[in-house]
Design a protein around this ligand. Structure first.
Ligand code: ADP
Ligand code: ASP
Ligand code: MG
Length: 405
């Protein structure tokens, strides 16, 4: 029998009413004849609330006990979801991450899944249950609870689907992946099909509809993936299918615009111009699992020295500055209040006018560009936080993505 993993995010389990609506979707899928396993997030806002409790005692994301506190939200919603599925007339039971065989490595707050023994979930389905797994969590080799990074329930779901050889449906509060966040650009259009690579890049650049690591995992393991709305009646959401680029007939130049607010720029002035010096800076950041982007290196006025700048998430800034403290830079500066807006598309590298469109659209809106970074399939600009919405809308229109209707 085919197996389908259904993931319900925070708003889809945000109240008892929403849990019952999501349970009805799971029950309808089960009744269509497929085996179904459900993965849930904490109720909307709950993880933030729990984080604030830990922070009240001075413990941040990254502490081992903070992980135990914040993983509790998923425990509650998993059991409530199992109850709601029972009210639909089906058998259901909940599983915490460790009970579902999720093993992790990596630091608290940002652990990675390095193994998943799907037997408990498989047996549950074989004995006629709809298992409901708590997302966002697993256990380290020494049996400690670990969380998988914010938005990590997407990863839990994709990893479970890979282990069960199942397809994975991510239910959320919008009807799929759009050309940009429909909450800031109502003219955004739903994308019917998108490649793993474009989805991965959109997610990495801030489109939080799918967590980056989950897109990476789905790509690596070829997990058939869809994003759907839990706010539609069962079976009514058309959603977005994420698949291999070769299987998509339509070729677009630009797929979408993503944004990430609250970025910080770090500038190291006068670092030794040796490959080791820069490597040391970035290995310290990598060890702490701090994502770095928009790296620019240029010669410094002093011979044999270079200036090195890059961006990190605002919330990683303190940690990042502590990590680069030991570099031989003459001076380290940082700046906050910035945002990154990125244009993503598999066809970008084929078009010569991509940069012209970008600069013209931003110039028309009087938006100053601080730094630009490009790759094969994206072009990102660093701008002031306040200009994000304007920039997203301007670029959405300039690249012809606006819904004409
Ligand atoms: P969940 O709680 O279900 O995991 P998230 O809040 O993490 O949901 O992700 C869904 C949100 O992602 C949407 O409400 C939307 O505002 C935002 N979003 C950002 N970019 C996009 C995009 N390109 N397409 C769809 N949604 C997007
Ligand atoms: N509850 C966790 C978070 O808010 C995980 C998730 O929702 O995916 O980040
Ligand atoms: Mg999410």
């Amino acid at each position: 029998m085919a197996t389908r993993v259904l993931k319900f995010g925070g708003t889809s389990v945000g109240s008892l009413e929403r849990i019952r609506a999501s349970a009805a979707i799971a029950a309808a899928e089960r009744r269509r004849g497929e085996d179904v396993a459900v993965v849930v997030s904490a109720m909307a806002g709950e993880t933030d609330r729990l984080l604030t409790l830990a922070a009240g005692l001075g413990f941040d994301l990254g502490d081992a006990e903070t992980d135990v506190v914040i993983s509790a939200g998923e425990q509650i919603s998993a059991a409530l979801m199992a109850m709601a599925i029972r009210l639909e007339g089906l058998h259901s039971q909940s599983f915490l991450g460790w009970q579902a065989g999720i093993r992790t490595d990596g630091p608290p707050g940002a652990a990675r899944i390095n193994g998943l023994d799907a037997d408990p979930i498989r047996k549950s389905m074989e004995t006629g249950y709809v298992p409901v797994m708590a997302g966002f969590q697993g256990a380290s080799a020494d049996g400690r609870v670990r969380t998988l990074g914010r938005g990590g329930t997407d990863l839990s779901a994709v990893a479970l689907a890979a282990a069960l050889n199942a397809s994975c449906d991510i239910y959320t509060d919008v009807d799929g992946v759009f050309t940009t966040d429909p909450r800031i650009e109502p003219k955004a259009r739903r994308i019917q099909k998108i490649s793993y690579d474009e989805m991965l890049e959109l997610a990495a650049q801030g489109a939080k509809v799918l967590q980056t690591r989950s897109a990476e995992f789905a790509k690596a393991r070829n997990v058939p993936l869809r994003v759907l709305s839990s706010f539609a009646e069962p079976g009514q959401s058309e959603g977005t299918t994420i698949m291999r680029a070769e299987d998509i007939a339509e070729r677009r130049i630009v797929s979408g615009i993503a944004y990430a607010r609250d970025q910080a720029r770090v500038a190291l002035r006068g670092v030794s111009q040796t490959p080791e010096a820069a490597a040391n800076v970035f290995s310290g950041l990598a060890d702490a699992d701090i994502g770095v982007d928009m790296i620019v290196q240029s010669p410094a006025s002093e011979a044999g020295r270079a200036n090195l700048e890059f961006t990190v998430d605002r919330r990683d800034l303190k940690n990042a500055l502590a990590r680069i403290g030991e570099s031989d830079a003459r001076d380290v500066l940082s700046e906050t209040g910035l945002a990154k807006v990125s244009v993503v598309g598999l066809g970008l590298n084929r078009r010569a006018d991509v940069a012209r469109i970008l600069y013209r659209a931003l110039a028309n809106e009087n938006i100053a560009v601080r730094t630009v970074a490009t790759s094969e399939i994206k072009i990102s600009v660093l701008i002031e936080n306040d200009a994000v919405e304007h920039a997203v809308r301007a670029l959405h229109a300039a690249y012809g993505l606006d819904d004409a209707s």
